[in-house]
Design a binder for this molecule. Structure first.
Ligand code: HEC
Length: 161
């Protein structure tokens, strides 16, 4: 074998090994590790934030296409269908890495659940408005959806400066 082939094979096997290791850590530590759960949640929330952002950019005519907006709304809608318990497992409040979830969220679980269940119908309206194509209606539905996010953040998320 010439050197190049050897290098390519070596690189491939290192990549394979790393993949294997990551796979293992995801399997063994992943779900039960609070720090990991916080990270997952923040990513989940970011997905919704990104989706909302895309719709906002479309509404404001800041470069996002109707397709971007549709994808954004779909992302918000998909996350809104998740079980709140899965996003906020116990033991992931402020204090675990950089969690900004107030302990009150778990103490007032019924209220958190109420806030959460308001997101989906709002996201459905947003999705429908985007399909309808009327920008004013989209803007209105975006505002309404954003309110459902904000009310929970207001009560249960630590304010960041
Ligand atoms: C049931 C309450 C609740 C609802 C409803 C909710 N959030 Fe959140 N959100 C939180 C909490 C609590 C945090 C802090 C999470 C953490 O730091 O672990 C958060 C964090 C975030 C973050 C920051 C993530 C990061 O990188 O740290 C974004 C962005 C976000 N939410 C967007 C949204 C959007 C957009 C919606 C509505 C479509 C929404 N959220 C609805 C409770 C909620």
């Amino acid at each position: 074998m010439n050197n190049r082939v050897v290098n390519v094979l070596a690189a491939a096997s290192v990549a394979g090994l790393m993949f294997g290791l990551f796979g293992m850590s995801a399997g063994s530590a992943g779900a039960a590790d609070p720090a990991e759960q916080v990270k997952d949640r923040q990513q989940t929330m970011k997905k919704m934030g990104g989706g909302m952002g895309a719709v906002a950019k479309f509404v404001k005519n800041e470069g996002a296409t109707a397709e971007d907006a549709a994808k954004g709304a779909a992302a918000v809608l998909a996350v809104s269908k998740m079980d709140l318990k899965a996003i906020f497992p116990e033991g992931t409040a402020v204090g675990v890495t950089d969690s900004a979830a107030k302990p009150e969220l778990w103490k007032n679980w019924a209220e958190a659940q109420r806030y959460w269940s308001a997101v989906q119908p709002a996201a459905e309206k947003l999705d429908a408005a985007i399909k309808g194509g009327d920008r004013a209606q989209i803007a209105q539905a975006l505002g309404a959806t954003s309110k459902t996010c904000g009310s929970c953040h207001e009560d249960f998320r630590v304010k960041k400066n």
